[in-house]
Design a protein around this ligand. Structure first.
Ligand code: HEM
Length: 403
């Protein structure tokens, strides 16, 4: 009987060979095709290309994505640096449950309420100079600094650290590049972020902060199963937060700004009734999610969507595809800001669903409320430049405003 290794070598990828280019240019086209023709498709790796997509099964239908995310015994987390996991994302049940429970108090609606005034103040400070100038680059002027500063506030670090954290986090997406300069930037940035996290943990050990307001101090005195949480894992958790805690929100805010800047009717509706802003954010993120997909590893041989997945295979839960699945959403290509329910997958699903979703939603809502209230209209003033790490996000977003 053939071993799993032999079976893996023998099988051929199906449907697609030019994945990264197609995805970068228009992921929706590709995903619609996959959902219809080959909903669990083996992708030939393009690691080394700019997007760094690698080998694995693309799981593209909504119900399959939810089923895989729920079955945490069969589909385990992918650990990027095995010697140094970044919990809670890179941790499996039951450890994940215990670790996440320690973080949850810092992300409850009550805990997040204290960030709304800060978010609003920062948003106004960032917006005002651009509004006074008749417009500006809303990616560098608002979408980059706001989430990074709020994340630093959440972990009780100086807000002035944001440019260094932001730049390093963006360079970490160069990991898959084959260009030696990119690789060097990746190595330096990655080490800078790990070092930053180690120093924060050292600083909290030397001078703890109130445990009800400081996640690192709380972890340092917490216990799981009667044992202290390993410092190694606390550093890993922080390393996850200094990446996941602002980069997706930057993309998301850029996506929402761009979308609303190009739809004057939607903009007028939101200006007239700001209560609709939260629903608009949900629907725009459903249509254009910042996080296209996330990986899992099969812990045993299993069938999915009629395909034989082998133990050790990588799967990608393609949230961006599930969000457009006609079996899950009526008229999925329409932007319906009053869609109820709107169970999109942009923040994931299952036990690893985004812990910071409330914070991200709050930041985006506050920024849009302030922008809409302070303008008569705003519109694109040039072609936005797209990020390569979150293909729907923007690195440059020229916007003109009328006050
Ligand atoms: C619009 C902005 C954001 C988007 C689109 C987003 C998206 C996601 C997604 C898709 C996952 C699930 C990953 C998986 O299943 O493999 C996730 C998990 C996570 N996110 Fe976010 N995220 C955002 C903002 C944030 C913020 C602001 C924070 C923290 C301050 C954060 C912290 C986390 C953490 C810690 C996890 C892992 C949760 C776990 O494994 O239990 N995210 N996020």
């Amino acid at each position: 009987m053939a071993t799993n290794e032999a079976k893996k070598v023998a099988r051929k990828p199906d449907v697609l060979r030019t994945f990264s280019k197609e995805v970068t240019e228009d992921p929706a086209v590709l995903f619609t095709r996959l959902r219809g023709e080959c909903p669990v498709a083996l992708q030939e790796g393009t690691k080394g290309g700019s997007t760094g997509f690698d080998n694995g099964w693309l799981v593209t239908r909504y119900d399959d994505i939810v089923a895989v995310a729920r079955d945490t015994d069969t589909f385990r987390q992918n650990i990027r640096w095995p010697s140094q996991p970044r919990p809670p994302l890179e941790m499996d049940t039951p450890d994940h449950r215990a670790f996440r429970a320690l973080m949850m108090p810092f992300f409850t609606p009550a805990a997040l309420a204290q960030f709304e005034p800060l978010s609003r103040r920062i948003a106004i400070e960032l917006l005002e100079p651009m509004l006074a100038a008749g417009g500006g680059d809303f990616a560098t002027g608002l979408a980059r600094p706001l989430p990074a500063q709020i994340l630093l506030a959440r972990i009780n670090q100086p807000l002035g650290d944001w440019p260094a954290i932001k730049e390093a986090s963006e360079s970490v997406y160069l990991q898959a590049s084959t260009n030696p300069d990119d690789r060097r930037r990746f190595d330096e940035s990655n080490e800078f972020l790990w070092d930053y996290c180690r120093k924060v943990v050292e600083a909290r050990k030397a001078s703890p902060q109130p445990v009800d307001n400081d996640v690192v101090s709380a972890m340092l005195v917490a216990q799981i199963d009667g044992k202290p949480v390993s410092e190694h894992l606390i550093v890993g958790m922080l390393r996850l937060l200094v990446a996941a805690g602002h980069d997706s929100t930057t993309s998301a805010l850029g996506i929402c700004l761009r979308y609303i800047a190009t739809d004057q009717d939607l903009q007028s509706r939101l200006r007239a009734d700001p209560k609709l802003i939260a629903g608009a954010i949900e629907e725009i993120l459903r249509l254009q999610p910042p996080v296209i997909q996330m990986p899992r590893i099969a812990a045993r041989d299993v069938e999915l969507g009629g395909r034989q997945i082998l133990e050790g295979d990588k799967l990608h839960l393609v949230f961006a595809s599930g969000n457009h699945d006609e079996a899950a959403f009526e008229n999925p290509e329409a932007c319906n800001i009053e869609r109820r329910p709107n169970r999109h997958l942009s923040f994931g699903t299952g036990v690893h669903v985004c812990i910071g979703n409330g914070l991200a939603r709050q930041e985006m809502r506050v920024a849009l409320e302030e922008l809409l209230a302070r303008t008569k209209s705003f519109r694109l003033a040039g072609e936005p430049t797209r990020e390569f790490w979150h293909p729907y996000g923007a690195v440059a977003l020229p916007i003109a405003v009328d006050r």
